[in-house]
Every structure is written in C-alpha cells, then in structure tokens.
Design a protein around this ligand. Structure first.
Ligand code: HEM
Length: 155
C-alpha cells in the first residue's frame, strides 16, 4: 500500500512554504487594509510563519525548536483587534499567492490547505480581540492532515 505523504511533503517542502510567505507578505505590505497592521512586523516574520505552517503540516519542528509554541503564536495576535474584513483579505491574498507559486492544485490538498487557513485565521481574529485566553503554555502545536476536522471543539 502506498504511504500517504504529509501535507508538508506534498506541498514541496520548506522552500515552498518560505516562497509562499515571502510573496504573500509582499502583497500584504502593498494592501491598503492590511499594511497598517503589518508595517512594524519583524524582518523574520515571513520565515516564522512559514516554519509555523510547515510544522503544523507535518514538516520539521523548526518553529518549536527555535523556542516557539502554539501559545507563543497565539500570543502574537493579542490586542491586534483584527476584524473579519482583515481576515477575509488575508485569506484572499494567501490563496492568490498559493496559485501564483503553483502550490499543488489537486482537490484533496487544496481542501486540506483551505480548511487549515480558515481555522487558523478565525482563531487569530478571536485571539486578537482579547489579551487573555485559557490555553496552557505547553499546549501542543496543532497537526493538520488530509482528513475531516473530527467535530466541533468542545472543551
Ligand atoms: C493560519 C493563520 C495564521 C497563522 C498560522 C499566523 C501565524 C503567525 C505567527 C507565527 C506570528 C509570529 C511571527 C513572529 O514571531 O515573527 C504571527 C504574528 C502576527 N500575525 Fe498572524 N497568523 C495567522 C493569521 C493572521 C491573520 C488573519 C492576521 C491579520 C489579518 C494576522 C496578523 C498577525 C500580526 C499583526 C502579527 C504580529 C506581527 C508583528 O510582529 O508585528 N495573523 N502570526
């Protein structure tokens, strides 16, 4: 039986994730709605986000090995006051970039990719409108695969 690749492998590995975020944040900084939110971001921001998503998709643990965690990432969004408009634009620009860099376009990969982006961005908006969440600091990184979400989140 053929082994199922991780989403990370199927996407093409780390250079692809780094290309995705590099091109994406160039667009973000040219976008009138998003530029004010991101204009002070750290120069390594693109790389951190690439490493974060790559790890979630089954790639190397570059984000956690550099000292990051799910909690660290969530905390970066605190008090940013993101709106649904910001989120929608962020998603649109990311998916546009995915097409431009020819991220795999097969239905299964794109479905899993979009599902994660939809989930992650909604969480970012929620956490950006608070400065406190009940999440343990050692909470494991999310792991995203090819399948269904497995039902609603019930604490
Ligand atoms: C799947 C969705 C998302 C992921 C995985 C993600 C990931 C990250 C990570 C890893 C950081 C920390 C970067 C660093 O340490 O340098 C970060 C920071 C940040 N993110 Fe997100 N993010 C997501 C969605 C969003 C959305 C939808 C927005 C706004 C529309 C947003 C706005 C920001 C901002 C403003 C920062 C701080 C930037 C700064 O350093 O000034 N994020 N995000």
């Amino acid at each position: 039986m053929k082994q199922t690749p991780t989403l990370y492998e199927w996407a093409g590995g780390m250079p692809v994730f780094e290309q995705l975020t590099t091109m994406f944040y160039k667009k973000v900084l040219q976008d009138a709605l998003l530029e004010p939110i991101f204009k002070h971001m750290a120069p390594q921001h693109q790389q951190h986000v690439a490493h974060f998503i790559a790890e979630v998709f089954g790639g190397p643990k570059a984000y956690t090995e550099a000292g990051g965690s799910h909690f660290t990432m969530i905390r970066k969004h605190f008090s940013k006051h993101l709106t649904e408009q910001h989120r929608k634009r962020w998603v649109a620009l990311l998916l546009e970039t995915a097409d431009e860099i020819e991220l795999p376009g097969d239905p299964e990969f794109r479905s899993a990719f979009v599902a994660y982006i939809e989930w992650g961005t909604r969480i970012a908006v929620l956490n950006s409108n608070t400065d406190h969440i009940d999440l343990a600091e050692h909470e494991p990184m999310p792991r995203w695969g090819w399948g269904e979400t497995g039902g609603p989140y019930q604490p």
